[in-house]
Write a protein that binds this ligand. Sequence first.
Ligand code: UGA
Length: 329
Amino acid sequence: MKILVTGAAGFIGSHVVARLLKDGHEVTGVDSFDLYYARGQKEKNLLPLMLHPQFKFIEDNLSTMALVKVQKGTEAIVHLAGQPGVRGSWGSSFHRYVTNNLQVTQKLLEEFKGSKLKRFVYASSSSVYGDRGEVLSEDMRLEPKSPYGVTKLAAEHLCQLYHVEHKMPTVALRFFSVYGPGQRPDMAFHRFCQSLLREAAISIYGDGKQIRDYTYVDDVVDVVAAALGADVAGQVVNVGGGSPATLLEAIAVLEEVSGKPCARTFLERQKGDVFSTRADTAKLERLFGFKPKVSLKEGLAREWEWMKRFVESEDEERAIKANVQPITE
Ligand code: UGA
């Protein structure tokens, strides 16, 4: 299939592109290298993909670009681009969430309606649920607790509307706290690994008892790849990793896999942070016959190994820029 992947240079996007190319698809990736986090990390994500003959990359901003550039022959869209960050979505930055999460989704739906798309996969989020404090199932009342969650939910509703009124083959996948190699630098595990490597205390927002249903990125990629072929038009599906843990439990696992005990600093709970996300994955199993494969321990071990190399390469680059030799022992 000829597939458009938005947010192709991002954490999940680059993993998805790699998988789709491996499966023999022809992929066009779009990414604006939004300054939310360093361009360098996204370039590193893209590097192993750039020489693939079936991959074309376009650096552009979906909110302003002419979509005609990517329309011809496109058979499926995996829409992963968006403005991430639960805790940063308050205040004056909200307009970025409206533009990048809501308006861009509407623009894609509008401009591709009536085309021969076979699938439109929308990356939704567990943040649409809010603080329900129980197992979260797709038919539950949705009460997002952050402005970020509000925009992700609004865009999910748009996908549903375009499915009903324009027969667009949309599917919304609600991702639950995705982690693994390449994770975004604002996310908890990335920050915790950095702290361990720099021998600094890790910062915990609140009491650390908040629960997340951590989902390893390869499991997410498997579901995205399956969503392109499965009979799931109009569906909303939880993609949870089946590894719910409190933050303190996850930190203990990280200490175990890294062999590095760490100090903890407790900071104020952040607005918009929900207490618990636990996915009901019955629908995921029913529609995709899928069960997550990677445990939290295995997944964290893989992220830790990636982080060690990543921090090393960052240090080398910094040393080169400062025109000094990196210290090696
Ligand atoms: C994550 C992603 O950032 C969202 O894009 C995604 O939509 C969402 O998961 C989701 O799955 O719904 P979040 O749960 O906030 O959001 O993920 P993390 O940034 O990994 O934070 C997990 C927990 O660790 C939060 O309670 C956060 O407050 C805490 N945290 C984070 C810390 O205690 N310290 C830190 O330095 C960073």
